[in-house]
Design a protein around this ligand. Structure first.
Ligand code: SAH
Length: 341
C-alpha cells in the first residue's frame, strides 16, 4: 500500500490503528502532497515515527529519466521512471490561463487507435492513484512552476482505469492536498460508453472530452477499434446523458487526418451529428507518428473544416501545437526510450 493513494480519512484510520494521535495523519498527508521524497523531510514528526513509516510505507517517488524543454514555447516534457521500472510521460504546457499538466493514466494502452503512439506496445499496466498524483506533484516541484490545470490526455485510457482515476481526482482536489479545482480538470476518453454513464452519475464538475475523430461509423471503425463496441450514435447519446446530468458542455477532439476525416462532406456530417448537443470541437492537427502512414491535413483543409462548423453554429477551435520540437505528442518519448533511442 502506498500512503499517497489513501484519502485523509483513510490515513487517519490507519494512524489510529498504529496508536498515533489523530493530528499526525494530517501532518503526513500534507507533507506527502507537498512532494517530499523521504519521511526524513517531515521535520515535525518524531524520529521514531519517521523510521516506522520509512520501513513500512516506501514513498516510491518517480525519477526523472528524460526532460525536454521546448525552446519555442517553454513546454516541458518529462519521462518518469516508476518504482517498478516502467516509464510514463507528463507534459507541462504554459497557457495564458495557467500552467497545465497533461498526465498519463496507464503504462501503454489497449485501445488500439491507428494514429496514436501510446498504444503500439499495448497495455502494460494501469497506474495507481498516487502515480497520477505524483506526475502533477513532481512536475510542479521539478519545474518550480505552480500547476493550476490538469488534463488526463497522456498515455492510456482514463476510463479503462476508472476506480484509480476517480480516486486520483478526489486526492488532487482535496483541500489539504493540491486543492486543484475540478473545473480545472479535463478527462479525455476514446468513448467507453458504460463508463461515461458511470462518470455522469458522479456529477463531477470536470470537463469531459471525447476523442471523436470522425463523423460516422465507417471512419471511426477504420481508425478507432473502440467504435466497433460503442458506435457513434451510442456514444453521442451517452454524451447527451452526460450533459443532462452535469450541465457541462462536451468537448470533442478531432485529429485532422489527411484524406481520412477532413473533407467538407465530413465537416457537414459532423455538424448534423452534433446538432442540439452543447458542444465544442477542438481540432488537432495530427501529430505524425513514425510507425504510422497517416498524415496531417493541409492548412487549407483545416481552415475549411473549421469554417463549416462555425458557420453551422458549432464552436470549433484549432489546437495550438505546443512542444513540436520535443516529441510532445504523448507516447513518443516513452516509445523512443523503450526502443533504446
Ligand atoms: N485515451 C484517451 C486520452 C489519451 S489521448 C483518449 O483517447 O481520449 C489524448 C488525445 O490525443 C486524444 O484525443 C487522442 O485521440 C489524441 N491523439 C493521439 N495520438 C494523436 C496524434 N498522433 N495526433 C493528434 N492527436 C492524437
Amino acid at each position: 500500500m502506498n500512503l499517497k493513494s489513501q484519502t485523509l480519512a483513510e490515513l487517519a484510520a490507519l494512524f489510529k490503528e498504529m496508536g498515533e494521535p489523530a493530528f499526525r495523519a494530517k501532518q503526513v498527508y500534507k507533507w506527502l502532497h507537498s512532494g517530499v521524497r523521504t519521511y526524513d523531510e517531515m521535520t515535525n514528526l518524531p524520529q521514531s515515527l519517521r523510521g516506522k513509516l520509512t520501513e513500512n510505507y516506501p514513498i516510491n517517488a518517480p525519477e526523472v529519466v528524460r526532460k525536454q524543454e521546448s525552446q519555442r514555447d517553454g513546454t516541458i516534457k518529462y519521462l518518469w521512471k516508476l518504482s517498478d521500472g516502467n516509464c510514463v510521460e507528463t507534459v507541462l504546457m504554459r497557457y495564458h490561463y495557467g500552467n497545465t499538466v497533461c498526465i498519463s493514466t496507464e503504462v501503454g494502452c489497449r485501445m488500439g487507435c491507428a494514429f496514436c503512439a501510446s498504444t503500439i506496445g499495448g497495455l502494460v499496466r494501469r497506474l495507481e492513484p498516487f502515480e497520477m498524483l505524483d506526475q502533477v506533484l513532481f512536475t510542479q516541484v521539478d519545474s518550480g512552476l505552480p500547476v493550476s490545470h490538469i488534463v488526463l490526455m497522456g498515455i492510456g485510457e482514463p476510463l479503462d482505469n476508472f476506480d484509480h482515476v476517480m480516486r486520483f481526482l478526489e486526492l488532487v482536489n482535496s483541500e489539504d492536498g493540491m486543492n486543484i479545482s475540478m473545473r480545472h480538470i479535463s478527462l479525455s476518453t476514446c468513448g467507453l460508453v458504460p463508463k461515461i454513464d458511470e462518470l455522469a452519475k458522479r456529477k463531477l464538475q470536470i470537463s469531459l472530452a471525447i476523442s471523436l475523430h470522425g463523423p460516422n461509423d465507417a471512419i471511426r471503425d477504420r481508425i478507432m477499434p473502440v467504435n466497433k463496441a460503442y458506435p457513434i450514435d451510442e456514444l453521442l447519446s451517452a454524451c447527451r446523458r452526460y450533459y443532462d446530468a452535469t450541465s457541462r458542455r462536451i468537448h470533442f477532439e478531432y485529429a485532422m487526418i489527411d484524406g481520412v476525416n477532413d473533407s467538407e462532406e465530413n465537416a457537414r456530417e459532423l455538424l448534423r451529428r452534433l446538432k442540439g448537443l452543447p458542444a465544442h470541437v477542438n481540432m488537432i492537427p495530427l501529430n505524425h507518428v513514425e510507425e504510422s502512414p497517416l498524415k496531417p491535413s493541409s492548412r487549407k483543409a483545416v481552415a475549411q473544416f473549421q469554417k463549416i462548423l462555425e458557420d453551422g453554429g458549432v464552436t470549433a477551435t484549432v489546437r495550438r501545437t505546443l512542444g513540436g520540437d520535443i516529441d510532445a505528442s504523448c507516447g513518443q518519448l516513452r516509445r523512443k526510450y523503450t526502443q533504446g533511442r
